[in-house]
Design a protein around this ligand. Structure first.
Ligand code: GLN
Length: 546
């Protein structure tokens, strides 16, 4: 079979949460920095067609691509590391695989044959894996197989990898197996047995690992590497240690030190050179050597989960480095915010971000938080639901529409200042039916946002069903909340600002999906800059008082 692109399959063993996504993204970064065009794909073994219908408690953040795909949060890491947009083709689930095979069966495309896991499901998996390779846009495709080797649900994927390696031939497809080398403190030893077993499990499916990446809390000594190589059929140089890092952004350098890129390129019969990661390291230096620190309140209802607001947290890291400031995030549960405690909970913050979300739980706390920051001139950024709450707060407390609400929270509100979008009203199916992906937005000249973006037209990603109800726009603008960004075709309000406030911005879209290491998002950079100014002001006011 002729192929131009080369394939790297990443499997996981022993336990979940070993960070396959970060290893894949770090390797991709090193290959990209040697001039290769690389993309990463994630295959998820669950039956949901996409993670769009999954609760953040189940699956963390749902990441949205330019083309409007609701995807796994690992795609966010891929974009943040590579600065190259992903698409629907970069995330495939078992649900989607079966859906397309069953659709084909209903259309009679299998000509009366019995439709089976092998070859029909595996053929569909192979087709999806090769879609990106066949586009001609990439030299190397890294395919991360979700789940852990040995899971029943990942078997068809492992089988597809076995077949593909055979189809692709030597040097065109390799397998990296990510595994855990636990440290038993009672014995004072690192243990290789779980890795030996998971490599064996992989071999039972006919797949040999070419490279082992071993997650570990301690350095792997040479004799342990030799033991792993001997028992797992890999060369010693292909036993790569992945030691716990203080930041995910260290991992490319750690992998470079271990020579992962070199072993990979050798196995793929590709040339290797010294990767140019100067810019990456400049970012890292700024991230690790901040000149001062500020604290931002992140107000949401999934704050106990690190993964629920992943892209927002990473955007703060990028924007912090750009401003040479450490951004401490204080996660605040909106459900527990009320009139009595709002000052206590927010008064020490240098900026407040009200998070995106769905449903009624915790919204009144978000509205309370917006009121506090608006009245106290604290820099504010509202994203999606956060922007909608800022609109409601202003309508209620400034314009005087006491019962203003969103029809998402109160379908019978007499003042639906946030209302279901017209084309959403007839939709009943849940999956993939929101307003999704990138849409144009026209910025009002002279607005804060046009200065931040240094542009008139921007394109940002969306995921919502409700919008600022245009019927209230004139009244709101007259009272001081301006709609400074509109969709040029529909007039949908994408951005609100309060010019009389030092820094008050709400956006219907999700800027966090587009912030990368190479391109920190201008809105986050500006927000952190404003928070830093607020912090410095506060500090100098204190000094002059004393
Ligand atoms: N629930 C709101 C809507 O659907 C906001 C969505 C969001 O924050 N992503 O419009």
């Amino acid at each position: 079979m002729s192929t131009t692109a080369k394939y790297i399959f990443v499997t996981g063993g022993v336990t979940s949460s070993l960070g396959k996504g970060i290893i894949a993204a770090s390797l991709a970064k090193l290959l990209q920095a040697q001039g290769y065009r690389v993309t990463i794909q994630k295959l998820d073994p669950y039956i949901n067609v996409d993670p769009g219908t999954l609760n953040p408690y189940e699956h963390g953040e749902c990441y949205v691509t330019e083309d409007g795909a609701e995807t796994d949060l690992d795609l966010g890491h891929y974009e943040r590391f590579l600065n190259v947009p992903t698409s629907q083709a970069n995330n495939v689930t078992t649900g989607r695989i079966y859906q397309s095979v069953i659709d084909k069966e209903r259309k009679g495309e299998f000509l009366g044959k019995t439709v089976q896991v092998i070859p029909h499901i595996t053929d569909e998996i192979k087709h999806r894996i090769q879609l990106l390779g066949k586009s001609g846009d990439y030299d190397i495709i890294i395919t991360e197989i979700g789940g852990t080797v040995g899971d029943i649900e990942s078997l068809p994927y492992i089988e597809a990898v076995r077949q593909l390696r055979w189809d692709l031939g030597d040097n065109n497809g390799i397998v990296i197996h990510l595994t855990l080398v636990p440290y038993l403190s009672a014995a004072g030893e690192l243990k290789t047995k779980p890795t030996q077993h998971s490599v064996k499990t992989l071999m039972e499916s006919g797949v040999m690992a070419d490279i082992l990446v071993c997650r570990t809390e301690h350095n792997l000594p040479g004799d342990l590497r030799r033991k792993l190589a001997l028992f797992c059929n890999v060369r010693e140089e292909a036993v790569i240690q992945s030691i716990d890092a203080s930041t995910i952004y260290d991992v490319p350098n750690l992998m470079l030190k271990e020579g992962l890129d070199k072993v990979v390129l050798k196995k793929l019969a590709l040339k290797s050179s010294a990767p140019d990661i100067k810019k990456w390291n400049q970012f890292l230096f700024k991230h690790k050597n901040p000149k001062t620190e500020i604290t931002i309140g992140l107000i949401g209802k999934y704050v106990e989960l690190q993964d629920s607001y992943k892209s927002i947290l990473e955007s703060f890291i990028h924007a912090g480095a750009a401003n040479e400031v450490k951004v401490n995030i204080e996660s605040i549960h909106s459900e527990y915010l009320n009139d009595d405690n709002i000052k206590l909970k927010l008064c020490h913050l240098d900026g407040v971000l009200v998070a995106p979300g769905f449903g009624e739980r915790g919204v009144e706390g978000k509205i309370n938080a917006v009121r506090y920051v608006r009245e106290n001139n604290v820099p504010f950024l509202g994203i999606c639901l956060g922007m909608q709450m800022a609109v409601i707060e202003f309508a209620r407390n400034v314009v005087g529409i006491a019962n203003a609400n969103s029809t998402e929270m109160d379908p019978n509100t007499p003042n639906p200042i946030i209302d279901l979008m017209e084309d959403q009203k007839t939709i009943t199916r849940k999956g993939g039916t929101m307003r999704l992906g990138a849409w144009d937005c026209e910025l009002k000249s002279g607005s804060l946002m046009s200065k931040i973006y240094k542009n008139d037209i921007i394109r940002e990603r969306h995921r919502h069903r409700y919008e600022f109800n245009g019927a209230y726009k004139a009244q709101m603008e007259a009272a001081g909340m301006l709609a400074t960004g509109l969709n040029p075709d529909t007039g949908l309000v994408e951005i609100i600002e309060i010019p009389s406030h030092p820094w008050f911005v709400g956006v219907q879209y999700h800027p966090e999906y587009k912030s990368t290491v190479a391109n920190p998002h201008p809105l986050f950079v500006a927000f952190i800059k404003a928070a830093l100014a607020y912090y410095k002001n506060k500090k100098s006011a204190k000094v002059s008082k004393s």
